[in-house]
Design a protein around this ligand. Sequence first.
Ligand code: PLP
Length: 392
Amino acid sequence: MYNENCFQLGSNRSCIRELFEYGCRRAAEVGRENVYDYSLGNPSVPAPDGVNEAIRAILSDTDSVAVHGYTSAVGDLATRQAIADDLNARYDAGVKPENLFITCGAAPGLTAVFRALATENAELLAVAPFFPEYRPFAEGAGLKFKVVPADVPAFQIKLDALEAMMTPNTAAIILNSPNNPSGVVYTRETLEKLADLLSRKSAQYGHPIYLVADEPYRELTYGGVEVPFLPTIYPNSIVCYSYSKSLSLPGERIGYVYVPQNAADSKALYAAIAGSSRISGHVCAPSLLQKVIARCANLRPDLEAYDRNRRMLYNALTSYGYEMAKPDGAFYLFIKAPGGDSEAFSEKAKLKDLLVVPGTDFGCKEYFRICYCVKPEMIEKSLPVFKALIEE
Ligand code: PLP
């Protein structure tokens, strides 16, 4: 006997993984240089030197037992203090260590927050396009998952549609900016209007509606675009952050949840998140990585390589006639499929060894996603294939 829902989730692999593994099989057949794989969002720039230097210094300077031992479940105080200092220096946000819970990345932070918010009949609204794992995370936590249709073609937020979908059971909205898959950064104007709407609806329903800010791409922006810090616009924001992309450490599993001091029920919510993590077997985030973050919380990624790829693809693809929102952040482009069916387009592209992810699971089946953390030579070689596909 086993849980049918878990079985289904474990058996039906994500379309992104399927494509990636198809790409590996094709590479073995035709050579890696002949497969144009834009499927997976794995950072392609190395972690900043400071991270590796910190690891070496910690291993040589610190007692080995202390480095590798358990930490407190909420995380080392020095780590939380370093993160609070960094956030306060940038946003004047009044963050204190006791508002931070150190996690094994954004994903476990999100599942912990979702379960903490899962009262009876509670609903979570996601704005399309959205990271597909939100659905299993939310449903697994016991929340009803509802999707607000995309604001095409700018991919900001359709506030009237969002308002129409809210009910007294709306517990939270999940937002991701810079966005995977669109690369769009929500503007301050959009976020201020959203905050007004949520404040009005919270008053109407008589309970807070939280904004869950999923922020693995906060530091990945181009051209000086602003990523407003949501708690300074809407205090009932819960931030789920990760160093997977900002310090190129996705396999190391480190991030945090921030519950602002002035959020409604802040202390109780923080305790519920700790309790929720406990249910999922969280003991502590990796101790070595916590010590790295204590030294490196203020390091930023070198974005030059991503920015070059972004400009090369955006300029070439738009010149061929592809349509997409302006990608100001993260490392994705979300492109309108010629013909309007991204699954058919992805299949057609696959025949030419070009791997692009259909937008269906992101809540936009007319669009496909490409991830540009790839080698520039691969982009150059793939451009004629993109051109041929739109001309067909
Ligand atoms: N949220 C979004 C939007 C993502 O794109 C990802 C990873 O790609 C995650 C969350 C999960 O990140 P982490 O590696 O920190 O668990």
